[in-house]
Design a protein around this ligand. Structure first.
Ligand code: ADP
Ligand code: MG
Length: 457
């Protein structure tokens, strides 16, 4: 019990030192198992997490624990989860027994309450969607669609910058329709990445019919971030057919993108004109009033109170992207709870500047190579040359996948760049990873982390 409390306070400190996604990913299921003779033993739910935390956060953890109790000299890590029968302990003078456990599947994220059938996350509701000048058109169109699914604005195309509330609005529509029509209207939400993966999988496995059927049984298809399917010809082709099949039958289609159809450069002309044939609305940059209202509504959700001065500060600092508002509010509340309600404007500014490091816009192949190399601990040259070592093979496939997925480089180019290979090797690598990430949460996790490394440059 005492360990639990100690670890909870340590986590509080750690949370302020690492980014939100890292904190959630790596520390969520961590535990202080034992502490004696200056050594703290930290348990992590699987080998992958253990290695990662050991390599990346050893110093942070040691520093934090030492700050709380200066007799702490060392931190050791083990794989441990509640279900493991025997609880490891630190035995004086002996090495800690490490439970080899490669079960990656158990990284659990309880905040993702995603419906298995619709793929909708129940946290996105229309009642929690705040409307202001910048999104009132989009909201009005959304309401009209809900009233008359498939018949009014079809497709509804919503565009706007990152973090302005497209996903929230579309998922809110989906949840509302599912609720209002009690399953009579079958809703499905997919990211364009998921759609692409389905198509790639179907082509490789000659199961196109299965995928066609799956999508054509839907009454309301919500497809998020469509710009990512642009330039992938077989996916565009399949989407075009799915679109037509649904549209002809008055099934509702809702699409989002970071820009209007005419500015998606590689989008096939016929798809573009289909999109423009419905209703195109944008979500603009929110004004101060809307930003304030969104912050207040997030606080209300959490039943938390912050002074007007602090709310004003957050609303002024975060102007163009709400994605981080929630994380920042959590940090502020946490900080506040530890300081018995005292939190200064300066504290808040620090929290914000630490949290909102904008991802680098200029992603280039070298950044991707560097991140994959760093993550897999393989020298960049080994990734790029012809080495046939087994451990290099998977990293190289991930690299090819990311070059394609993030930069849309051509397969021949990727092949030439990575080990002077033929374009078929690049296609094979891309398709293999695209398929695997759907089945293998550990791989998916790895890719997310690598992307984060990339965005940090
Ligand atoms: P996008 O899909 O446009 O990148 P999201 O829908 O993911 O943006 O929104 C980012 C965050 O901001 C989410 O947590 C979302 O709930 C919140 N948000 C954005 N707009 C609103 C709004 N109008 N009302 C309430 N929350 C919002
Ligand atoms: Mg989104």
């Amino acid at each position: 019990m005492e360990f639990d409390q100690l670890w909870q306070s340590a986590l509080g400190e750690i949370e302020l030192q690492v980014s939100r996604p890292n904190f959630v990913t790596w520390f969520k299921n961590s535990k202080l198992i034992d502490k004696k003779e200056g050594t703290a033993l930290i348990g992590l739910p699987n080998n992958f997490a253990k290695e990662w935390v050991e390599n990346k956060y050893n110093k942070v953890i040691l520093g934090t624990l030492r700050g709380m109790d200066d007799s702490t000299k060392k931190v050791e890590f083990v794989v441990y989860n509640e279900r493991t029968a025997q609880k490891p302990t630190i035995k004086s003078g002996t090495k800690v027994a490490i439970n080899k456990n490669d079960d990656f599947g158990q990284l659990s994220f309880s905040e993702f309450k995603v419906d298995q059938v619709t793929n909708l996350n129940s946290k996105y509701t229309l009642s929690s969607y705040v409307v202001g000048k910048s999104n009132e058109m989009a909201y009005a169109a959304a309401m009209a669609v809900i009233d008359s699914v498939g018949n009014k604005y079809n497709p509804l195309f919503i565009y706007g910058g990152v973090g302005l509330g497209k996903t929230h609005l579309m998922q809110g529509m989906g949840n509302e329709v599912a609720l209002k029509y009690g399953g009579k209207i079958r809703v499905k939400y997919v990211s364009s990445e998921k759609f692409t993966n389905d198509v790639v999988w179907a082509i490789r496995n000659k199961r196109m019919e299965t995928v066609k059927e799956k999508y054509r049984l839907i009454d309301m298809l919500i497809i998020d971030d469509i710009q990512f399917i642009a330039g992938k010809p077989s996916t565009e082709e399949e989407f075009f057919h799915t679109f037509n099949a649904l549209h002809e039958n008055n099934k509702q289609i809702i699409i989002s993108s970071d820009r209007p159809p005419k500015f998606i450069p590689t989008l096939e002309e016929r798809l573009r004109s289909r999109f423009e044939g419905g209703m195109v609305v944008d979500i603009g940059v929110p004004d101060y009033e809307l930003r304030l209202a969104i912050i207040r509504s997030k606080l209300q959700d959490k039943k938390a109170v912050l002074s007007d001065e602090i709310i004003d500060l957050v609303a002024n600092k975060i102007q163009k992207n709400f994605r981080e508002v929630e994380g920042i509010i959590n940090k502020i509340l946490f900080y506040q709870s530890r300081k018995n309600g005292e939190i200064t404007a300066k504290n808040v500014e620090e929290i914000i500047s630490e949290s909102s490091q904008e991802p680098t816009k200029n992603i280039n192949p070298n950044l991707i190579i560097k991140a994959v190399a760093e993550f897999s601990e393989i020298a960049p040259l080994d990734l790029l040359n012809k080495s046939r070592k087994k451990e290099v093979a998977e990293a190289r496939q991930i690299l090819m996948y990311l070059l394609r997925e993030m930069l849309q480089l051509s397969y021949p180019h990727i092949g030439r760049r990575i080990g002077k290979r033929d374009h078929t090797t690049a296609i094979y690598a891309y398709e293999k990873i695209a398929r695997e990430i759907q089945k293998n949460p550990a791989l998916n996790q790895k890719i997310l982390i690598i992307k984060e490394l990339i965005s940090k440059g």
